[in-house]
Design a protein around this ligand. Structure first.
Ligand code: NAD
Ligand code: IPM
Ligand code: MN
Length: 356
C-alpha cells in the first residue's frame, strides 16, 4: 500500500502529521513517501506542483493531502500559485468524483451554529464533480471588451462547460452511492439561467432512467443553499458541479460543527484517490497548534476504505474519533462549555490511544 503524503502549506503540515500518526498506529504496513506541494514546493523548486511530486502521486495507490495556499502568494502569476497544485493533481490523476460526507456526530450537535433538532443524526453526502465546469473551461483570461455594457473596457472571462460523458459519469457515481444509502439524489443546478446546467439537468435525468429504485429531485443552487440550513436532513445524496459543490460543501461543513470535521475523497475511474480535508490552509491559525486534525484523520479513514481495501481499519479510526469526542476533547473550533480544549497534536494522540 503505497501512500504519497503531501502536507502542503499552513495547517496542512500540522494536520497531516496527526493523520500519519494515526495510520502508523494501525497494525498495517504502508509505504509512505512525502513530497512538497503548493507554496512550500514553490519556495523550494519554483513550482507548486513539481514533476517529482506529480510522479510520486501518480505512482501511489493513494494520496494523503493537507492543504495549500497563503495570502502571500496571491500576487503570483496564476500558474505559480499554490492552489494550482491541487487543481493540477485533480486534473492529471483524473479525480473527477469528490465525496464530501457531512455527518454530525452526536457529541457535536451543540457545536453547530444550527438548532440541535435540525442537525441531530445528520448524514448527507455531497458528491462534487471535480475536473470540469468553470474551474477548467477554456478560454479564460483578460481582454478589451468588444461588446457588452462597456465596449472598449478591460474585462475578464471564464468558460463554464460540461460534456455529456462528464455529467453521465458523475451521475452514475451519485445514483450508485444513493443505492447504498437512502436512495435519494438531489441534483443541484442553475438550469433556469445557465445553458450548461440545463444540459446537466437533462443528462442527469437521462441517466436516472437506469436507476428506477432511486428517487431523483432537481433543485436550483440558490434554493439548495437555503434548504441546507433550513432542513438539512431532507437531503441524502447531493450531486452537483465543481463550483456549486465547492460552495455548498463549505456551507454543509458547519452542519457538522466545524469545517475542521469535513473529510473528502477524490476518486478517478480506477479508484485511485486523493484524500484531503475539505478546508484550506487556514493561514489565520497556522503554526499555533490549534487546528482541528479530525477532518484529515477521517480522510485517512476514507482512504483505507476506498483505495486500500481496509474497511475494518477505516471503521476503527472512525470509532476512535467518536470515542475521543465522547471523552469531551475538543479543538477550539468545536469547543463548547463543559468540554476540554486540546491542541492539534493532543487530539491526534487521543485518537491513537482510542484505537485501542
Ligand atoms: P480555509 O478553509 O483555509 O479557512 C477558513 C476558516 O476556517 C478560517 O477561519 C480557518 O481558521 C478555519 N479552519 C479551516 N480549517 C480548520 C481546521 N482544521 N481547524 C480549525 N479551523 C479551521 O479557507 P480560506 O481562509 O478561505 O483559505 C485559506 C487558503 O487556503 C487560501 O490560500 C485558499 O486558496 C486555500 N484553500 C486550499 C484548499 C485546498 O488545499 N484543498 C481548500 C480551501 C482553501
Ligand atoms: C477545495 C478548495 C479548492 C477548490 C481551491 C483551493 C482550488 O477550495 O478543495 O474546496 O476550489 O476546489
Ligand atoms: Mn473549497
Amino acid at each position: 500500500m503505497k501512500i504519497a503524503v503531501l502536507p502542503g502549506d499552513g495547517i496542512g503540515t500540522e494536520i497531516v502529521a496527526e493523520a500519519v500518526k494515526v495510520l502508523n498506529a494501525l497494525d498495517l504496513t504502508f509505504e509512505m513517501e512525502s513530497a512538497l506541494v503548493g507554496g512550500a514546493a514553490y519556495e523550494a523548486h519554483g513550482h507548486p506542483l513539481p514533476e517529482s511530486t506529480l510522479n510520486l502521486a501518480k505512482a501511489a495507490d493513494a494520496v494523503l493531502f493537507g492543504a495549500v495556499g497563503d495570502w502571500k502568494y496571491d500576487k503570483l502569476d496564476r500558474p505559480l500559485r499554490p492552489e494550482q497544485a491541487i487543481l493540477g493533481l485533480r486534473k492529471n490523476l483524473g479525480l473527477f468524483a469528490n465525496f464530501r460526507p457531512a455527518i454530525c456526530y452526536e457529541q457535536l450537535v451543540g457545536a453547530s451554529s444550527l438548532k440541535p433538532e435540525l442537525i441531530a443524526g445528520l448524514d448527507i453526502l455531497i458528491i462534487r464533480e471535480l475536473t470540469g465546469d468553470i474551474y477548467f473551461g477554456q478560454p479564460r483570461g483578460r481582454r478589451v471588451a468588444t461588446d457588452g455594457h462597456f465596449p472598449g473596457a478591460e474585462e475578464a472571462f471564464d468558460t463554464m462547460r460540461y460534456s455529456k460523458p462528464e455529467i453521465e459519469r458523475i451521475a452514475h457515481v451519485a445514483f450508485q452511492a444513493a443505492r447504498k444509502r437512502n436512495k435519494k439524489v438531489t441534483s443541484v443546478d442553475k438550469a433556469n439561467v445557465l445553458e450548461t446546467f440545463q444540459f446537466w439537468k437533462d443528462v442527469v435525468t437521462e441517466v436516472h432512467a437506469q436507476y428506477p429504485d432511486v428517487e431523483l429531485q432537481h433543485m436550483y443552487v440558490d434554493n439548495a443553499a437555503m434548504q441546507l440550513v433550513k432542513a438539512p436532513k431532507a437531503f441524502d445524496v447531493v450531486v452537483t458541479g465543481n463550483m456549486f459543490g465547492d460552495i455548498l460543501s463549505d456551507e454543509a461543513s458547519m452542519l457538522t460543527g466545524s469545517i475542521g470535521m469535513l473529510p473528502s475523497a477524490s476518486l478517478n475511474s480506477k479508484n485511485q484517490g486523493l484524500y484531503e480535508p475539505s478546508h484550506g490552509s487556514a493561514p489565520d491559525i497556522a503554526g499555533k497548534g490549534v487546528a482541528n486534525p479530525l477532518a484529515t484523520i477521517l480522510s485517512a479513514a476514507m482512504m483505507l476504505r476506498f483505495s486500500l481495501n481496509q474497511e475494518a481499519a477505516a471503521q476503527r479510526i472512525e470509532a476512535a474519533v467518536q470515542k475521543v469526542l465522547a471523552q469531551g476533547l475538543r479543538t477550539p473550533d468545536i469547543w463548547s462549555e463543559g468540554t476540554t480544549q486540546v491542541g492539534t497534536a493532543q487530539m491526534g494522540d487521543a485518537v491513537v490511544k482510542a484505537l485501542g
